[in-house]
Structure formats: structure tokens, C-alpha cells
Design a protein around this ligand. Sequence first.
Ligand code: FES
Length: 137
Amino acid sequence: MGGTNPYIEKAEVELPTKSYTVTFVSIDKTVKVQVEPQKIPYGPTGLPGSLLDIALGAGVDLEHACGGVCACSTCHVIVKAGLESCNEGTDDEFDQLDEAPAITLQSRLACQCVPNGTMDLVVEIPVVNKNLVKEGH
Ligand code: FES
């Protein structure tokens, strides 16, 4: 499933105009991705230019049980650096995020979080996300 969710508030996003990097850090590997504005969207899943779009385009394993439409919390990530360059999360995003285990003040849903390219980002993919999918929550 992909596309957008018509039942949620539309996120206000500002797409990047210059290239920047996102470093995805998970328990078993670190992948640095160069984001090129003209290549956005990388695929059909999540908001165009979102961290999920970027991750999937680069082959980074990031869960997305609802297909990137802000209807689950399996794409929970922690934006360790560069959060200031991302769009504001909507109430719908934070409602979903509340369902994720171990959220922090830097937590976002990767499918709804769109950086504007003015900063490089470091994004942690929490281990618990996978367990949540396996347990069928
Ligand atoms: S993939 Fe379901 S909320 Fe992001």
C-alpha cells in the first residue's frame, strides 16, 4: 500500500533545493545516504522526500506496516541530528507515535518527517520497531 491517507491532516512540508545527507543508524549497520532533490520522490511509500521515502530508496530496512500513511507506528525513528530542518509533526502523527514503544523528544514517524535539506541528519532506527511488527501489534 502507498499514497496518502485522506483521513489525516495534511503535513506542511518544504522540500529540499540542495543535496544533503541522512545517516541511518540501526543496531547492525550505519548507512549514509546522499539525498538529491531532483530524485524525490524515491518511491511511492510515505510522504515524498520523507525519511521513509529516502530510506527505502537507498535499500535501508525500515518497517512501514501501514504503507507510509500515518496509520501505524512501526516507522518510528529518532532524529538525533538535524531535527530542526524537518517539517512540524501533525497531531495525527504524534497520536500514532504515542503507540510506539520508547519514544523520545526526537521521535518522529519516518513516513511523515520531511527534511528541508538545510542540515545533514542522523537518524536512529530503534530495534523495538521490528519486534512490534513480529508480535503483530
Ligand atoms: S509507515 Fe505506518 S505510520 Fe509510517
